[in-house]
Write a protein of this length. Structure first.
Length: 221
């Protein structure tokens, strides 16, 4: 066995050991009516602006409900980046919402996390999130130069309104919700989802992760 195969096998083993307990079930941790029949909720973006799901009518909306110190949520970011890179922002909007904000996670924490993802690996910023295995994930996805999380990020309110509506007591993150162009909930999945192809280090999971590309494509047809 050559060095490259050994390194790849070691990376896969590290990721599976760390994530296996979380990937399929996730980490445990007022809608308004604007005159249409679609669902709605309010969140605050990283610039402090209040936004609504209804602001995105006319687009397929992928909502990633996540927490910062959640290993499968880190994997989910690499999969969401593939969605971001594969569709026009005119057709598909992506919103990652920290639903652990009621536990003290802040906009600055989210900005720090984004910086850790975008830095060239290895970097000091990754060391703040050793439990997320960012260095190993970047290697596994062949993204050692980092990935830019350029879609919309925001925070749930202090009461956890979005969490209780779409994750629920006893539920876990990541939870992915896909809304159609009219704001109707098309898919909700708790636990890890992938864009299309299942990465090699997740190939042994049973049942396999939810695939999102077919669901998005169906709504765009």
């Amino acid at each position: 066995m050559n060095i490259i195969k050994i390194k790849k096998s070691l990376t896969a083993t590290i990721l599976l050991v760390t994530l296996a307990l979380f990937l399929l079930t996730g980490c445990i941790g007022d809608s308004s009516n604007n005159g249409d029949s679609g669902e709605d909720f309010t969140f605050v973006d990283l610039q402090g602006n209040e936004q609504h799901l209804s602001d995105y009518r006319g687009k397929v909306v992928v909502v990633d409900l996540m927490g910062i110190n959640c290993p499968p949520c880190a994997v989910q970011m690499f999969e969401i980046e593939q969605i971001y890179s594969s569709y026009s922002s005119e057709d598909v909007a992506i919103i990652s919402i920290d639903v652990w904000s009621s536990f003290g996670e802040t906009a600055q924490d989210l900005n720090d996390l984004k910086s850790a993802f975008s830095c060239v690996s290895p970097c000091d910023k990754e060391n703040k999130y050793l439990n997320l295995n960012l260095k190993e994930l970047k290697e596994a996805y062949n993204k050692q130069n980092g990935i830019d999380l350029d879609w919309t990020f925001g925070l749930d309110d202090n009461e956890g309104s979005i969490f209780y509506e779409y994750v629920g007591v006893g539920g876990g993150v990541p939870t992915i919700c896909i809304f159609d162009q009219k704001g109707n909930l098309h898919l909700k999945h708790s636990g890890l989802s992938v864009f299309s192809d299942i990465p090699y280090f997740l190939s042994s999971l049973s049942p396999p992760p939810q695939k999102l590309a077919p669901e998005i494509n169906e709504l765009l047809e």
